[in-house]
Design a protein around this ligand. Sequence first.
Ligand code: AR6
Length: 166
Amino acid sequence: MLNIEIVEGDITKLDIDAIVDAANNSLLGGGGVDGAIHSAAGPKLLEECRSLNGCKTGEAKITKGYNLPAEYVIHTVGPVWKGGNYKEDELLAECYKNCFKLTGEYDIKTIAFPAISTGVYRFPVDRATQIAIGETKRYLKEHTNLEKVIFVCFNDDVYRTYKNYF
Ligand code: AR6
């Protein structure tokens, strides 16, 4: 599909409307992509996050990007993988749906996603990739606000998997 791109690299460097943070329920920062986003955005991001009162798994909340090139950060909380019988698939799909919903509300035209839940939260990369691409194609079929969706892969394994399923 024309408006989906798969790239290798660091999501914090992208000069686009919104980047997605794979956060935790506190929204107060952590490791992985969350840590990288908070370091690059600076302390004002944490300050705004403190005012949000956390975020439930599968939901999404938006803040400004502060020192990031991106205008907005959409914080979503993916499920921790527990073997597949704890609604992990549905919750991960909800993350993508809720991020897309915010793009409509904030007139966001370009957005980049990391591979939500596939790091510290150990969601199998294959399965997570199918959900990410499936939800994206579904949204793009039904809505016209997005000009570009970028999947940012931080390692070769994730990059190959996205290329394979696309
Ligand atoms: N740009 C793009 N992708 C990245 C970057 C980056 N700069 N850094 C890491 N990744 P993870 P999760 C990839 O662990 O599994 C945090 O501590 C990484 O290689 O960041 O959803 C939060 O606070 C992997 O493919 O997120 C939560 O506690 C993907 O991003 C917890 O981790 C997701 O890995 C969330 O775990």
